[in-house]
Design a protein around this ligand. Sequence first.
Ligand code: SF4
Length: 466
Amino acid sequence: MSVFDIFKIGIGPSSSHTLGPWRAALRFLAELEVDSSLSSVKTLTVDLFGSLAKTGKGHATDVGVQLGLCGKDPTSTNTQQSTALIAKIAATQSLELAGRFKVPFCAEQNIHFHRDRQLPFHPNALRFCADLSDGSTHEAVYYSIGGGFVVKEGESATNTASKVPFSVDSAAELLAHCDREQCLISELGLRNELQSRSEAQIQAGLKDIWEAMLESIFSGCCHEGVLPGGLHVERRAAAISRSLLGEIEDLATWKEALKSQPSSFDGVLKWVSCFALAVNEENAAFGRVVTAPTNGSAGVIPAVLLYYLSFCNGHENEVASFLLTAAQIGWIFKQRATISAALGGCQAEIGVSSAMAAAALAERLGGTPAQSAEAAEIAMEHHLGLTCDPVGGLVQIPCIERNCMGAIKAITAATLALERAPDQSKISLDVVIDTMWETAKDMSTKYKETSEGGLAISIPVNLSEC
Ligand code: SF4
């Protein structure tokens, strides 16, 4: 139940389909290590089921699995290193398990995409099977349940071992704690974090998270060209940034220059869209981003936070509070519903990120905890039913632009919540979360990260050249 579980640094394009399988592979290695059988692995196979099989190619699940099996750390491996390693595995038809033990491996033969099979617990399932030199096998099934979270077969998908002073499973509980303690949501979040880290560690960790977010925005604003994958999607953030600010080569100058940008409606709209596009273009290009709460929705929170710092006189020392509030809201969605598009469609990704950003922005703009919760409610209310139908299984169309929409809706939601008199809201945050979950359960699997419906089948796609 930590802000650092919600915000995790990794590389694109998908938290559930790239980062989750990567972390599952690392867990499998750790189990082999405990059994002292890592050095005796002779062959390895990986089976992908459900959504991981259906959109795993476009979402780079096979890449994540291979990097995990090589023991690479998702928080520090960069795009160039991962590309070079995948090329080396393909060229040598082998990989170094945990970076130490060479085993034969060919992605085409050893990773199986079972597009017509789904395991009962969750649509994102993967199984690792290692044949050992003594003739035995070591097998394990994991589920990538969204946002990079992974559970093993038999484990619970929800956190039941919370030891924080203010346990929060619903917005009502959150608001009751805030009311009793006379504190903001961010302050409550901080007190919970202090159970496991010192304040200095929390501040330093959140600073790292924000710097990674900011770098993903700036990097997206510096890179032009066509995104990988075969859809020939042109990157746009760099052109927007250049048209507004000219050519700027370093992040510090660029960030400072943003503060003197005109805050006209048109200007703000362009910049917020640019920030969100930039992050998700980086994500689609296998760049470094932060799950917020997922990779596909990684642009919303950084875009709204940078909007606050650049256009609302926000100060860098408020970044930690912004992220703490956002995380509390994200956690309630995860506990009460889902942040997995394979279970809930895009409402569970962009909708949740927009709600998180709206609550955090409302608080920074002077809102009470009730107004923050209302901002989150409004943001989610207008994402209900949003489907996940990525074209070609790639996290590009509609995903990249959808982050712009999520960010703008978050700003609108915060504005509306701050303008309403207390207790005027007819719908609570818990009600909208429960409605989202019911909608998720009613949603056809065609619209749950399978690329079998919606936009994904409306556009003729030939990815053979990717
Ligand atoms: S459509 Fe939404 S949920 Fe689906 S992959 Fe794209 S951003 Fe993620």
